[in-house]
Design a protein around this ligand. Structure first.
Ligand code: UDP
Length: 237
């Protein structure tokens, strides 16, 4: 087995990544495939933490647009991420791993509270840790939660799995001549106004020199290739 390029990573999966081709909720086939890939990457020697989004169920901004109080909507969004995290925990354990959900909001009949040192201990013991409820605060996103937790646990790399295979100079779904970047500096992302993640998350990652790779996890095997140092997707550093 070749030596891995990264020791500890944080993988951000959006809620939509769990939805597959469905309109809502979780596609069991998709979550099971993702879980197997995570286990495969862990067995290769990496410590892996995950952050899951909730956009396949609720987003606070969307609920607020329909007239709901924004903070209540964000609380619902955070609870949606807990639902996804429990589903991911189940899928990871069915795939042969050991996993723990740690939530930023206290809901400790169903999962652990987030305690940084305990999270690191889980990783050291070979457990997968799924961080739920984002940052625990309204008006943030799970991208911010992912950047925050990655920095807190000392991850070598933040991996953002998206539906496109990296960062482009313009939307590749709308422009046939869009060009994908192999790598970008944080400053260049800002100067070119590229959309990589929301501003709060981006600022956190940049200020802590956290490297981030944007890639398409619907392509099987990409996660393991990245851990082996292959230049998949776009590196932002
Ligand atoms: N959320 C929040 N604070 C956080 C993280 C998430 O209030 O720190 C809420 C917010 O309403 C958000 C929803 O949870 O819309 C789901 O998270 P997100 O939109 O980031 O999910 P994704 O787009 O990754 O599926």
């Amino acid at each position: 087995m070749s030596k891995l390029a990264y020791h500890r990573i944080l993988l951000k999966l959006s809620g939509e990544a769990l939805m597959g081709d469905e309109d809502y909720g979780i596609d069991p086939k998709v979550i099971n495939r993702l879980a197997h890939e995570v286990i495969e990457a862990q067995q290769a020697g990496a410590e892996i933490a995950l952050v899951v989004g909730g956009g396949n169920i609720f987003r606070g901004a969307g609920l607020a647009a329909g007239g709901m109080d924004r903070v209540t909507g964000d609380h619902m969004g955070m609870l949606a991420t807990v639902i996804n995290a429990l589903a991911m925990q189940d899928a990871l354990e069915k795939a042969g791993g050991k996993a723990r959900v740690m939530s930023a909001i206290k809901i400790n009949d169903v999962c652990e509270d987030y305690i940084r040192r305990r999270a690191i201990r889980h990783l050291e013991k070979g457990r997968l840790v799924i961080f739920a409820a984002g940052t625990g605060n309204p008006f943030f996103t799970t991208d911010s939660g992912a950047a925050l937790r990655a920095i807190e646990i000392g991850a070598d790399l933040l991996l953002k799995a998206t539906k496109v295979d990296g960062v482009y100079d313009k939307d590749p779904n709308k422009h046939a001549d869009a060009v994908r970047y192999d790598s970008l500096t944080y400053d260049r992302v800002i100067s070119q106004g590229l959309e990589v993640m929301d501003t709060a998350a981006f600022a956190l990652a940049r200020d802590s020199d956290l490297p981030m790779r944007v890639f398409d996890m619907s392509q099987p095997g990409e996660l393991l290739k990245i851990l082996h140092g292959e230049n998949i997707g776009t590196l932002v550093h």
